[in-house]
Write a protein that binds this ligand. Structure first.
Ligand SMILES: Nc1ncnc2c1ncn2[C@@H]1O[C@H](COP(=O)(O)OP(=O)(O)OP(=O)(O)O)[C@@H](O)[C@H]1O
Ligand SMILES: [Mg+2]
Length: 271
């Protein structure tokens, strides 16, 4: 595996097991001409409170990987560890924000966001209050009783983020959370995610094919090549925190982007 830039000192983190780890995950889907490998020995770690991005081209297996990590799909080989322990029955122990926002169309925004606490057995009124507070935090005050179809794409993603925030179970797995948004809305959402992460410090694995987004947000960027996915390299993002999107205008950012592009080219993803 290629590693660019020296890792900053891990400090005390070195004594803690990673919050989330994958070891040698393999998965193939049956195809017309035999099995199609999608995950080819994926190994990665997300330390407690760390924000890790995984970049890879479309169709490389990123969503499949998140499904396996979340416990929604079984790998053919390899294992997933939570807090250093194998976690076979882990569905529900991690918070997955799927690629297409999964807001239920027949429920109001507040009800959608309250799903997590409701499933955890929190009383309806309490859950509703928590949902309204989370919606206010993501800038959706006044839209609590709207239905999802009445929201713009960016507002729906805000609602999905509020739901993720409130679900609060284990590490967050974010699947191209801002992929469908225009550039300005996307920048605003990146700022919002940075602020939420600084407030709550969840362990996050964020999948994206946007190199700038990965560098703006992450502590480390893992690079996967074309399918089948495997982590081919990592860039340590040495940019100072707290960050806002303006960090992408710095010379240090440009240097890191050069490193990342070189790594992406090596994987064959630019071919
Ligand atoms: N349930 C399934 N059955 C068969 N093949 C599948 C299944 N799910 C995904 N695949 C295939 O696995 C490959 C990886 O798909 P996946 O959705 O994980 O890619 P991705 O990296 O998330 O792509 P994108 O960036 O476009 O979201 C694709 O070739 C896809 O067709
Ligand atoms: Mg995907």
């Amino acid at each position: 595996m290629t590693r660019r830039r020296a890792a900053p000192s891990d400090g005390v983190l070195a004594h803690h097991p990673p919050h989330l780890a994958a070891r040698g995950l393999r998965l193939a889907f049956p195809g017309r001409d035999g099995d199609v490998p999608v995950l080819d020995g994926v190994s990665l770690e997300v330390r407690p409170g760390e924000l890790v991005a995984l970049v890879g081209p479309s169709g490389s297996g990123k969503s499949t990987l998140l499904d396996v990590l979340a416990g929604l799909a079984e790998p053919d080989a390899g294992e997933v560890l939570i807090d250093g322990r194998p976690a076979p029955g882990r569905a529900g122990r991690l918070t997955l924000m799927p690629q297409r926002d999964a807001l239920l169309p027949w429920q109001t925004v507040a009800r959608n966001v309250a799903t997590g606490p409701r499933l955890a057995g929190v009383a309806r009124e309490t859950a509703d209050g928590e949902a309204r507070a989370a919606l206010a935090r993501v800038g959706l005050e006044g839209f609590e009783d709207h239905y999802p179809h009445a929201l713009s794409g960016g507002m729906r993603q805000r609602a999905a983020l509020a739901r993720t925030l409130l679900a609060g179970r284990g590490a967050w797995l974010l699947d191209e959370p801002f992929g469908a948004l225009d550039a300005l809305t996307r920048a605003g959402m990146q700022d919002l995610l940075l602020a939420l992460w600084e407030e709550h410090r969840p362990s996050v694995l964020l999948v994206t094919h946007d190199l700038d987004e990965a560098l703006v947000l992450a502590d480390r960027v893992l690079v996967a090549g074309p399918r089948p996915a495997r982590v081919a390299g990592v860039v340590e993002v040495t940019l100072p925190r707290p960050r806002r999107v303006e960090v992408s205008a710095s010379a240090e950012f440009a240097a890191l982007k050069g490193d990342l592009l070189a790594l992406v080219r090596e994987t064959g993803a630019l071919a």
